[in-house]
Design a protein around this ligand. Structure first.
Ligand SMILES: Cc1cc2nc3c(=O)[nH]c(=O)nc-3n(C[C@H](O)[C@H](O)[C@H](O)COP(=O)(O)O)c2cc1C
Length: 478
């Protein structure tokens, strides 16, 4: 399937015509508003805090921490860039495991008494970089994303999954080599893990982070709870049980960690896992019958989303007094085109089964639906990077029409961190630095290397891992 490259859609008419030819409803503003009247430049008050503009840096990990969970120079460089971006909301920085067995890779950051000082310095680096460039930081809100990688944990060896599962999944178990008799986390183990989250939240607060994100997305443990309908015991089955993990963490934080706000990054919907099919194009895994194994999915038509439980989850957030929500979808491990629409797949991926704009529009549409229904919640949208030249136009439309509160920037920040500052200042976009979704930031880590924008960022072009990555990609081609 040939998809038009965004860079070839030179005018608003071209872009609109291409969207129409795809049947994609993705409204955008033809003209950008500049200066103080720009919807991007407005402040937003959340949890009593005035955030200086409507750009948010999404969590972006780099697989580049030390094996004991501390940041390296590469991590520090990335966080400095987050600070220099001009975005006034930093959603979590990157995934930080609350304990060793929850790390997605041996180089993932980890919260512990030993690393607390390093995570504090990381925040300080970001804040100083922001202050040096923009003068003030009292309108900058920075949180830390806390996670356990669950099914996708690889704490000791980049190549070896050491999954911690909540239930046996009919597709994901065989797909990721989980034996039918593998044990599931017990209720008592989950009770302990909840306390690890609370301890990590306390360290985050003591380090100066304004909020923590209790990660519930992308197939990691928090997300897996939400689909654990087949699990017995206190953490599975009913909606109440499946959200006990979140409720107990929140209760623990409220009990022990005064003054810390809480956010949740949520895969608002999920669909069937995909695999490589004919001509390397992605196709859904085969599944007969009802599919109750994905949160926010229509179990009778598992290639379609169903937001009814997502609404219940947002009702719960309201009850818990949580207003910060970062929306995302699916998982990078089993349906990456849903989660991070891209033209070029990573080495373990498949060619896009739909124009990536379809995936972008799906996420934007769902966030809009949620915002309309829950105007009192603060929504950060994700999945915008693929819009490239048209990102500001589409983002402005969503903000202006109250369909999102913040426009999240993920892959794009790796190569062009000044993007938010350029848009806010009304400067011409540096199109040579726009992420074209080559997916090397994922192919690197999938092959044991660090993440980074190898194709476009001169720093990573010259990094020793670039040579290895090139060889890996050449091998794949032959
Ligand atoms: C290299 C890489 C690292 C990422 N790290 C994280 C992470 O640590 N936590 C998280 O919630 N999402 C992570 N994501 C997902 C992004 O935050 C974001 O949802 C996704 O890239 C889609 O947004 P975009 O279109 O702006 O890139 C990562 C994505 C990539 C490509």
């Amino acid at each position: 399937m040939a998809f038009r490259r965004i860079a070839t859609l030179k005018s608003a008419d071209d872009f609109a015509a291409y969207l129409a030819s795809l049947g994609v409803d993705l409204p955008f503003d033809r003209e950008l508003v500049t200066g103080a009247d720009s919807p991007f430049a407005r402040t937003y008050t959340a949890d009593g805090f005035v955030i200086g503009n409507r750009f948010c840096i999404l969590p972006m990990e780099g697989w580049d921490g030390t094996t004991d969970g501390r940041p390296t120079d590469l991590t520090i460089r990335r966080w400095k860039h987050f600070g220099e971006s001009g975005a006034k909301l930093i959603w979590g920085g990157e995934a930080v495991a609350v304990r060793h067995d929850g790390r997605a890779n041996p180089n993932q950051l980890m919260s512990s008494d030993a690393t607390a000082g390093d995570l504090a310095k990381l925040l300080e680096t970001l804040v100083i970089a922001h202050r040096e460039k923009f003068g003030k930081t009292d309108d900058l809100l920075v949180g830390l994303q806390l996670t356990h990688s669950g099914r996708f944990a690889r704490p000791n060896d980049k190549k070896r999954l050491e999954s911690k599962i909540l239930y046996h999944h009919p597709i994901l178990d065989p797909k990721f080599g989980i034996e039918p008799d593998a044990s599931c986390l017990s209720d008592a183990e989950i009770d302990d893990l909840i306390e690890d989250f609370v301890r990590a939240a306390k360290r985050a607060r003591d380090a100066g982070y304004a909020f923590v994100d209790i990660k519930h997305c992308h197939g990691y443990l928090g997300h897996e709870f939400l689909s654990a309908g087949s699990r017995e015991g206190r953490y599975g089955g009913s909606f109440e049980n499946r959200t006990r993990f979140l409720r107990d963490i929140v209760a623990g934080i409220r009990r022990d960690v005064l003054g810390l706000a809480i956010g949740v990054r949520l895969s608002t919907f999920d669909l069937l896992p995909f695999k490589m099919g004919v001509d390397k194009v992605g196709e859904p895994e085969r599944f007969e019958g009802n599919y109750p194994f994905a949160f926010g999915c229509d179990s009778r038509h598992p290639l379609e989303f169903d937001l009814s439980e997502t609404y219940r989850f947002l009702d719960l957030l309201l009850e818990l007094g949580i207003s910060l929500v970062c929306t995302t979808a699916g998982s990078p491990y089993y349906n990456p085109h849903i989660q991070r629409p891209a033209l070029f797949p990573p080495s373990d991926g498949y060619l896009p089964p739909e124009d990536p704009l379809v995936g972008v529009a799906r996420q934007i549409h769902v966030t809009g639906e949620l915002k309309k229904r829950y105007p009192q919640l603060c929504f950060v949208g994700s999945g915008y990077t693929y819009l490239q030249e048209w990102l500001p136009n589409a983002g402005q439309y969503q903000l202006k029409n109250g369909l999102a509160d913040f426009i999240g920037i993920g892959r794009l920040v790796l190569v062009y961190p000044e993007f938010p500052a350029d848009v806010l200042a009304g400067r011409q976009l540096q199109t040579k630095r726009l992420c074209r979704t080559f997916s090397d930031c994922t192919t690197g880590p999938r092959n044991g290397l660090v993440s980074g924008c190898f194709p476009l960022d001169p720093f990573y072009k010259d990094h020793p891992d670039a040579i290895i990555l090139k060889a890996v990609k050449e091998n794949l081609r032959t």
